[in-house]
Design a protein around this ligand. Structure first.
Ligand SMILES: [Ca+2]
Ligand SMILES: [Ca+2]
Ligand SMILES: [Ca+2]
Ligand SMILES: [Ca+2]
Length: 362
């Protein structure tokens, strides 16, 4: 603002100077936009040049005044209209802030923001397409893990991602297809939304989601700084002294398992050990006498049997599962004589699989 006022005052004084006496033959030169005209020299003949006209545009007043290309009633960058009232996003070095427009996205939620592509000028084309004009977004990553992203609608849009303007492309996705890049907290990414349609309006929505993965010792309690109770692969969310954190995980071990069918009822008993005490259930599959796997309704060939007795915290356990009418529900299992059983823990780590007989109790 101060700069603009100074400019206005300078222009005003230049314009006064411009009204000086003119040359016999020659009037003063007219002013330019920024400086007033200079007066003629000598004598009285010429008329001085007229003062230049200045842009008295005020960015932030809500009115687009030349040379402004937008005015969104504020002087913030990153919201689509810059602090100097230039449209943002059409150049990579002047991107729109995805975080700002999406409300500082938290992790593990898709945030989408919409826009319009329609310009004639294509300065850029990603490997998967983009003949038309493009809009650039900057995205600041909230948490270690990965980011997945896509742009809609399919057919007319593309999105590509870079660590910075001019850097190698990390990924390029056609509209409707999801891309993924590994990220670290605080890292900035540039997303380019592009279109194949030249000079034709295309409404788009760009979606970005930051999946947080938490390492050993990181808090995993929802509601704390980390927003979701998930840990890196191979770790699990352990609770001690009212605090939850990601902890190294060990595979459960099965020491013995029995399964039986009584009429339509099913019962499973699994003895095992888990160093972390976080076994939660068994993954089960059924086989006929010829060793062919049998579908479990529309669940697939394997189902989860969560232990009905609480074995959490037990390093050796005897997990129980029973279901009345199980075989009446899943008719295709009538031929079952054998089962595969493995134990799964809360970190999604499973034991090795054991093939056991399904005992038929008349
Ligand atoms: Ca303005
Ligand atoms: Ca603005
Ligand atoms: Ca383009
Ligand atoms: Ca474990």
């Amino acid at each position: 603002m101060r700069k603009l006022l100074t400019a206005v005052i300078l222009v005003a004084s230049a314009a006064l100077v411009a009204c000086g006496g003119g040359d016999d033959d020659k009037g003063g030169e007219g002013g330019t936009v920024d400086t007033g005209g200079s007066g003629g020299t000598d004598g009285t003949g010429g008329t001085g040049g007229t003062g230049g006209t200045s842009s008295d545009a005020v960015c932030g007043n809500g009115t687009i005044e030349a040379p402004e290309t937008c005015d969104d009633k504020n002087t913030f960058d990153g919201d689509g209209c810059s602090s100097t009232c230039e449209i943002e996003g059409t150049r990579c070095d002047q991107p729109v802030s995805f975080n700002f427009l999406a409300g500082n996205p938290d992790t593990d939620n898709f945030r989408g923001i919409g826009g319009k592509l329609g310009g004639t000028e294509s300065t850029f084309q990603a490997s998967c397409g983009g003949d038309g004009a493009e809009i650039f977004y900057e995205y600041e990553v909230g948490a270690n893990g990965f980011v997945d992203f896509h742009v809609e609608p399919p057919g007319a849009t593309f999105v590509s991602v870079y660590t910075a303007c001019g850097a190698a492309e990390l990924a390029c996705q056609k509209g409707g297809t999801v891309g993924m890049v590994d990220v670290t907290r605080g890292q900035k990414l540039v997303f380019a939304v592009d279109t194949s349609k030249v000079a034709q309006e295309v409404q788009y929505t760009l979606y970005i989601r930051n999946y947080a993965l938490y390492g050993e010792g990181d808090a995993c309690t929802p509601g704390t700084e980390d927003t979701i109770g998930s840990c890196d692969e191979g770790l699990y969310c352990a609770t001690e002294n009212f605090r939850s954190f990601c902890k190294g995980n060990h595979a459960p071990v099965i020491t013995g398992a029995t399964a039986s069918r009584t009429g339509a009822d099913f019962a499973l008993s699994v003895e095992g050990a888990d160093e972390d005490g976080n076994a939660v259930g068994a993954v089960i599959s059924f086989y006929d006498a010829e060793g062919r796997v049998l579908p479990i309704g529309n669940i697939g060939n394997a189902a989860m049997a969560t232990f009905q007795n609480d074995v959490s915290g037990q390093t050796t356990f005897n997990g129980q599962f029973s279901n009345n009418g199980f075989f009446a529900t899943f008719d295709a299992l009538d031929a079952a004589t054998q089962m595969d059983v493995s134990v799964i823990d809360s970190g999604n780590v499973t034991s090795s699989t054991q093939r056991i007989d399904l005992t038929i109790i008349p």
